[in-house]
Write a protein that binds this ligand. Structure first.
Ligand SMILES: CC(C)(COP(=O)(O)OP(=O)(O)OC[C@H]1O[C@@H](n2cnc3c(N)ncnc32)[C@H](O)[C@@H]1OP(=O)(O)O)[C@@H](O)C(=O)NCCC(=O)NCCS
Length: 162
């Protein structure tokens, strides 16, 4: 069982530690490090901490890709959301928690935010995560370079009946 709660300032050291974990660095590419004091506070994004029996294990970030001011995703339609996820505690990997974290973020996107489509951009080399996303129902859009990172964009459309 995984509980999800919004991140608060007291979570910042943990978020920084997870971001620096070897298995997270390995899949992070050359993006700038996250400035968590800003990330947890912006209105177009939700930063969710996943907890198992009261212990934080990872983070899932849901953001409005149309409203996000840097234009990272390019010229996307209103209703386009994006998700970032990682489990920071190595002993919590591959136990089904990531699936529950994604379900939470997908549910928020489609039910609370009326998202029309959700995008994900794993590094092309992160074949485990790509398999995980496809298993959840994401469809391959194609390769795309973000900065110096070669990524594979995947997309999930809003289910017909919601
Ligand atoms: C990617 C990540 C969030 C997945 O979370 P997880 O808890 O480890 O994954 P789960 O245990 O929930 O796996 C769920 C399902 O996906 C499937 N799956 C996982 N990897 C897969 C793969 N390579 N190919 C096919 N299916 C895969 C599993 O078989 C499992 O299915 P099952 O429940 O029917 O057995 C997690 O592994 C992680 O944080 N990895 C490091 C950081 C990372 O890569 N983040 C993504 C950046 S884009």
């Amino acid at each position: 069982m995984v509980d999800l709660r919004l991140a608060v300032a007291a979570d910042i050291p943990t978020l920084e530690r997870w971001e620096a974990a070897a298995h997270v660095v390995a899949i992070s590419g050359d993006d700038e490090p996250w400035d968590w004091s800003v990330e947890i506070d912006v209105p177009w994004q939700e930063v969710w901490i996943a907890e198992v029996e009261g212990r934080g294990i990872g983070v899932v970030v849901l953001l409005d890709a149309h409203a996000e001011p840097s234009g990272y995703w390019g010229d996307v339609s209103p209703g386009t959301y994006a998700i970032d996820i990682w489990i920071g505690e190595p002993d919590a990997l591959h136990r089904g928690y990531g699936t529950l974290m994604m379900r939470h973020a997908l549910d928020r996107a489609f039910s609370e935010h009326d998202a029309q489509e959700i995008l994900i951009d794993p590094l092309e080399t992160n074949t485990d995560a790509i398999g995980f996303y496809k298993h959840l129902g994401f469809m391959e859009v194609g390769p795309r370079r973000f900065g110096t990172d070669d990524c594979l964009v995947l997309q999930m459309d809003r289910p017909a009946r919601l």
